[in-house]
Design a protein around this ligand. Structure first.
Ligand SMILES: CC(C)(COP(=O)(O)OP(=O)(O)OC[C@H]1O[C@@H](n2cnc3c(N)ncnc32)[C@H](O)[C@@H]1OP(=O)(O)O)[C@@H](O)C(=O)NCCC(=O)NCCS
Length: 316
């Protein structure tokens, strides 16, 4: 796709280059900006690309995630909505971001924050049109581990006695096959046509929440009748205990294992002194959303997620 047309040009820029009026016009409607200064501070530290036509008409920021992937943060999915040709401008900006990620062989993720959901649909549709995968709304959920009610739920027995044996996970690599089997059919899943190798590459490099701060002390595998049946992995994110992965084998679901996994995860985290736990989950993943709500997780934001991962033959 050409980057230049007679109408506009896409080029790199720095936060200081953007006049306040453009910042306000492009980001002013987003709650997380709180004015041009807020928008500017969100853009600081990100690698910026903009579409220019007698002023900035669309901007995309790329920031390095702790796990090495590139996150589009922020961007302007509804910038100048209704203006003829804007869809093409935004698709060109997303194309530029994909091109950069592909050349560095890192995953590109979009984490468009949208607590009120006003622009969520527009951004989801754009991401789909741009060839992103695993596109959809995710909830960011948080659990206050200092809330006495939450503590009470966590300290209760973890559902029915499943007769499970628990083993620590010291290396996420060791549970690759189990994770693949658990996630294959999930709404939070890999693409269903991914091979085991593609899944492994994705899981190793980034996984759900990044492996940079993997916490072996709060990560376990559950053994039922001598065979692995489920697992959870924890990382740390902004000082909070992050539930990066959780899964039960399809044939073992509905027996209370999910509850046991979350209960053990949270009580271990609490003992280690964490005050908050967070998780991200696909909005349509009802079993997981309900399970988290049961243990005191509440929705804090919705994010329009999408990602591109340069697996062989699946670059776009
Ligand atoms: C989410 C998951 C771990 C639940 O495991 P599970 O062992 O079936 O869960 P449990 O039997 O302990 O059920 C726990 C709660 O989950 C909810 N739940 C489970 N299955 C459900 C379903 N089909 N529909 C709605 N809620 C459901 C319920 O709230 C249930 O509690 P309740 O029975 O007291 O109402 C499992 O479905 C799974 O592995 N899914 C695929 C991986 C995944 O999506 N992980 C989450 C990524 S963020």
């Amino acid at each position: 796709m050409p980057q230049d047309t007679h109408e506009y040009v896409i080029r790199p820029l720095s936060a200081g280059d953007i006049p306040e009026t453009d910042l306000d016009r492009l980001f002013g409607r987003f709650y997380w900006c709180r004015g041009p200064e807020g928008a500017r501070s969100h853009l600081q530290g990100a690698e910026l690309w903009g579409a220019w036509r007698q002023g900035w008409i669309g901007i995309i920021g790329l920031a390095l995630e702790p796990d090495g992937s590139l996150a589009i943060t922020p961007w302007t999915p509804t910038a100048s909505a209704g203006e003829t040709g804007m869809q093409a401008v935004l698709l060109d900006l997303l194309e530029k971001a994909k091109e950069i990620a592909m050349s560095r062989r890192v995953k590109l993720v979009s984490r468009m924050r949208d607590i009120h959901g006003d622009h969520a649909e527009a951004s989801v549709n754009l991401l789909k049109a741009a060839g992103f995968r695993r596109v959809g709304l995710r909830y960011v959920m948080a659990c206050d581990l200092e809330d006495p009610q939450v503590q009470e739920v966590i300290s209760e027995a973890a559902g029915p006695d499943t007769g499970a044996v628990w083993m620590p996970v010291n290396d996420p690599e060791a549970i690759l096959d189990l994770a693949f089997a658990c996630f294959h059919t999930s709404e939070d899943s890999v693409e269903s046509d991914w091979t085991r190798e593609e899944w492994a590459a994705w899981f190793r490099t980034t996984g759900q929440g990044g492996r940079g701060t993997f916490l072996p002390a709060v990560s376990e595998i559950c053994i039922l009748e001598g065979r692995p049946a489920g697992f959870y992995l924890a990382t740390e994110s902004n000082g909070a205990l992050y539930l990066s992965d959780l899964g039960v084998l399809p044939e073992q679901r509905g027996l209370g294992l999910g509850r046991a996994l979350v209960q053990r995860f949270l009580s271990k985290g609490m003992r280690l002194g964490y005050k908050t736990s967070t998780v991200r989950v696909a909005a349509e993943n009802t079993p997981a959303v309900r399970l988290y709500e049961r243990y005191g997780y509440r929705r804090k934001a919705s994010v329009a997620m999408g990602e591109v991962w340069p697996c062989a033959n699946r670059a776009s």
